[in-house]
Design a protein around this ligand. Structure first.
Ligand SMILES: CC(C)(COP(=O)(O)OP(=O)(O)OC[C@H]1O[C@@H](n2cnc3c(N)ncnc32)[C@H](O)[C@@H]1OP(=O)(O)O)[C@@H](O)C(=O)NCCC(=O)NCCS
Length: 179
């Protein structure tokens, strides 16, 4: 998996996507500090310990660098930036049954807009497992020579501190240590 680069000064207009989501009752917004525990517990349950840890880091800064997708008070997805590395987008995830509705792109674009507003010119997506998604949603390009990328080897411990794709998928997928 390579790292990707995104031009924050040339982002696609998120407006129509967000409008469509709003029409379907889905709000994409920055998470609030008081939502830290439920959001991180949800990320841990659906995407594993490593991503929950990064999410915690996003709740430890001001402004909080975690965005959530919510319908009827229920979490459908999340996305973070500036967690493990400054200027980096991720992790992000959408509930399996809610994928393909534009939620992932909405979360991504809201985070990237926030990064641009904070003064970044480019964002890095570290160890991007979903290259086509990032290419389509924000015109990301691969950084030459960036494999294995900015994420160092994982700790080998219970809970599998995965990064780059959800734990459940990764448990059966080859890893740099096993492949
Ligand atoms: C990647 C992920 C966040 C995408 O969320 P999503 O809500 O399904 O994405 P969207 O519906 O907003 O898709 C946006 C665009 O990307 C495309 N896309 C999404 N996933 C894709 C994939 N795996 N391969 C190719 N294209 C993809 C969609 O077709 C859509 O294209 P369009 O705008 O032309 O219609 C979601 O699949 C997920 O949670 N995956 C597991 C966690 C993960 O891998 N996170 C990323 C780690 S780097």
């Amino acid at each position: 998996m390579s790292d990707l680069l995104v031009k924050l000064y040339d982002l696609p207009d998120a407006g129509p996507k967000l409008e469509r989501l709003r029409g379907a009752g889905i709000a994409i917004r920055r998470a609030a500090a008081y939502e830290r525990n439920p959001v991180c517990a949800w990320v841990r349950e659906h995407f594993g310990e490593g991503w929950a840890g990064e999410c915690e880091a996003g709740f430890s800064r001001q402004p909080v660098s975690v965005f959530v997708a919510v319908r009827d008070g229920r979490l459908l997805g999340f996305a973070c930036y500036d967690c493990t590395f400054k200027g980096a987008f991720g992790p992000t995830g959408v509930l399996e049954g809610e994928r393909g509705l534009g939620i992932g792109a909405g979360l991504l674009l809201k985070c990237l807009e926030a990064m641009a507003a904070e003064g970044y010119a480019y964002a890095v997506v570290g160890g991007a497992g979903e290259l086509a998604f990032y290419q389509r949603a924000c015109g990301a390009v691969e950084i030459p020579g960036s494999t294995p990328g900015i994420y160092p080897p994982k700790l080998k411990c219970a809970g599998g501190l995965s990064r780059g794709r959800p734990v459940r998928a990764r448990e059966s997928a080859p890893t740099p240590e096993t492949s």
